[in-house]
Design a protein around this ligand. Structure first.
Ligand SMILES: C[S@@+](CC[C@H](N)C(=O)[O-])C[C@H]1O[C@@H](n2cnc3c(N)ncnc32)[C@H](O)[C@@H]1O
Length: 196
């Protein structure tokens, strides 16, 4: 796609304890599927730490920010705002319009909720987008939206400054030092950590 200057994912709301895992997964999904930065609420420090740790080990660039002024971020955002919501327009109907809106290098803010989000967000959003009009999860909605936005190109991205790299293989969980060209067998390589 013609590039947005920066794709930022904003996690709107976080209930410590209850939302920890989901907020972490919003960050990991944003990173893995092509966003440049995630903004978490200030009370989601543990999730921020986990996403930063993954970025340190598996590469970036990807930034994690903690902010407590989500309302102001959305209100003052200088670019295009997409709000993912089951009540929105169908992603397959508006994805082209979203790409068009950012094609001249506009920044893009993608907002996902947790608990109920304020009505003002629906009004400020340039696009309220539904990934199906069925209730499901912010992680699933974000993944599908980013993949549609980037038309699958994010799957081939190169990672910079990684310490570790997963070797894709039909069976096994091999992780090698980044840059290492020799493949190691599953027994020799580090066992993958998929416990996040
Ligand atoms: C579990 S839902 C909670 C929604 C909340 N009950 C409300 O009415 O706003 C959390 C978030 O998942 C995302 N989400 C859920 N279903 C979605 C869908 N079909 N399409 C896009 N995003 C969705 C939205 O960002 C939503 O804020």
């Amino acid at each position: 796609m013609q590039e947005a200057r920066e794709v930022v994912v904003l996690r709107y709301g976080h209930r410590p304890g209850r939302d920890d895992r989901m907020t972490t997964h919003v960050g990991l999904t944003a990173r893995a599927l092509g966003a440049d930065r995630v903004v978490f609420p200030a009370n989601a420090g543990q999730s921020a730490e986990t996403v930063r740790d993954i970025t340190d080990r598996f590469g970036g660039p990807f930034a994690v920010e903690l902010r407590d002024d989500q309302k102001a971020i959305v209100r003052g955002f200088d670019g295009v705002v997409v709000h993912l919501t089951m009540y929105g327009e169908r992603v397959q109907d508006v994805e082209g319009e979203v790409r068009e809106a950012v094609r001249d290098g506009e920044d893009l803010l993608v907002v996902v909720g947790g608990e109920k989000v304020p009505w003002a967000l629906y009004e400020r959003a340039d696009f309220n987008v539904g990934v199906t009009n069925q209730p499901h999860s912010e992680v699933a909605g974000l993944a599908v939206f980013l993949d549609r936005l980037f038309e699958g190109e994010e799957l081939d991205r190169e990672w910079v400054d990684a310490d570790r790299e997963v070797v894709p293989e039909p069976t096994g969980k091999t992780v090698i030092d980044a840059g290492e060209s020799d493949r190691e067998g599953s027994d020799a390589g580090e066992r993958g950590d998929d416990s996040k």
